[in-house]
Ligand binder design. Structure first.
Ligand code: EPZ
Length: 413
């Protein structure tokens, strides 16, 4: 429940990145002994990942933001449908299980609220490393004696595919070259983490990654990078409410595309010690965006930026190029008085003077965030249901926003 209209003020601290923590948790399957990952956010997706590791036989202990994982006694090789359907990132166990145990059985994820999201490129890459893959009753079954390094050229830069292949190739025999690899900061962190375990990976963060396979890896000790999407969401929260907020732990270089667009919209953005200071403008200027892979404008910020554009003084166009169905928030924003028209893969947004509070429904993680942002700027009360989507990726969001002055509270549905 949000009573909007309060300009947010103060400092908010960004948590560890969900999309970095998930592959790191699964990377611990690659080694015997106890791994420790810190700055792990308390999120529903992290709990799902921990549950999956535990089902595979890993010993997992969480204390505050630290997570100890001992994968010495793995007994299972299966990621069941029940877990994969709640979190697609569960497919990231495929690479590590196959590389280490020569077998993996992972439920095919199926479609999802934002698009078809196949995993064909993960599978093609693993096949190129010598894995035998077949489909059995909705499950991918993969086997290999030992993976053998190969040259893999991705048809498109896939984040999860690059991560799965990095983990698989780390223990393969010989050299693997990944071409057209994803460049996201989460890939760079995973490669650095694998190298700290003894892997030999060069070029992460560029389109071509070289991996010299090794026979064994050591346990992992690392700290998860800050969540650039959570940071970006707070930046927009400050801008849309007419606020003045320091977003602490945000890494500017991970957010250049968003920051460029915020500046174009007239938002004040200044780098400060360990973060970014956001000052809302009197008038929000309309800005066009086109989502793309890193370092382009992140698809995971598209819904939130659209919320901001509903308040702009003029018309903007937002084009989604990464996922084919990522406009589910549009109908809900329209219920709050936003003027948005869908035109194929683009949305045309005519700014309105005032959004009005309304009951709305969350459909996926970032769509929920856009509704929270709209609610913070709207008059009266906005009631957002199905906020379990929000809990997948935003740690204590209502507490963090309330500390900035927002009138927001969680109620039992
Ligand atoms: C990651 O998903 C993120 N998830 C997503 O975050 C994010 O939206 C996405 O990357 C893009 O940045 C995690 O990191 C856990 P992709 P991922 O493979 O790896 C197509 C959030 O809100 N594709 O880079 O699944 C695919 O359909 C989420 O936190 C294939 O065609 O994304 C999509 O159109 C949601 N075949 C495009 O590539 C494949 O085998 C990019 O997907 C793989 C992908």
């Amino acid at each position: 429940m949000i009573n909007g209209g309060v300009p947010l003020k103060g400092t908010v601290k960004v948590s560890g990145a969900k999309n970095s923590a998930l592959p790191l948790l699964f990377a611990t399957l690659l080694a015997d002994g106890q791994s420790t990952i810190t700055n792990v956010p308390e999120l529903r997706d992290i709990r799902t990942a921990v549950q999956l590791l535990a089902e595979l036989g890993a010993e997992v202990n969480r204390q505050d933001d630290s997570c100890d994982i001992d994968a010495s006694q793995i007994r299972g090789i299966e990621a069941p449908y029940e877990l994969v359907k709640t979190m697609r990132a569960s497919v990231l166990v495929l690479g590590p299980l196959l590389a280490r145990y020569g077998r993996a059985r992972v439920s095919l994820p199926g479609g999802c609220a934002i698009g078809a999201r196949p995993i064909d490129l993960h599978l093609k890459g693993l096949e190129a490393l010598g894995a035998r893959i077949h489909l059995d009753h909705g499950y991918v079954e993969a086997t290999a004696e030992r993976l053998i390094g190969a040259k893999i050229s991705f048809d498109l830069p896939t984040v999860g595919g690059t991560e799965n292949l990095l983990m698989a190739a780390a223990l393969a025999k010989g050299e693997t070259v990944l071409e057209n690899a994803a460049l996201e900061p989460e890939i760079v962190q995973l490669a650095a983490a694998l190298n700290s375990m003894g892997a030999k990976i060069e070029g992460a963060g560029t389109a071509i990654i070289h991996i010299q396979g090794v026979d064994t890896l050591q346990p992992l000790n690392c700290r998860v990078i800050p969540d650039r999407i959570e940071a970006g969401t707070f930046m927009i929260a400050a801008a849309i409410t007419g606020g003045d907020v320091v977003v602490q732990n945000s890494v500017r270089s991970d957010l250049e595309a968003l920051i460029g667009k915020l500046l174009e919209a007239g938002v004040g953005v200044n780098e400060v010690d360990q973060g970014v200071h956001i000052v809302a403008p009197d008038k929000i200027q309309p800005v066009n965006i086109r989502t793309s892979v890193f370092p382009g404008f992140p698809t995971d910020m598209q819904a939130q930026f659209m919320a901001l554009m509903t308040r702009a003084e003029g018309t903007s166009r937002i084009s989604e190029t990464v996922f084919e169905n990522r406009f589910m928030h549009v109908c809900e924003l329209q219920r709050m008085g936003a003027d948005i028209q869908i035109d194929g893969h683009s949305a045309i947004i005519r700014g309105v003077h005032q959004l009005t509070g309304a009951p709305v429904m969350a459909t996926d993680l970032r769509a929920s965030a856009s509704l929270v942002l709209a609610g913070l700027a709207a008059d009266n009360t906005t009631e957002i249901s199905r906020i379990y989507h929000l809990d997948r990726g935003y740690e204590k969001i209502e507490e963090k926003l309330a500390a900035l002055g927002a009138r927001i509270r969680r109620e039992q549905e």
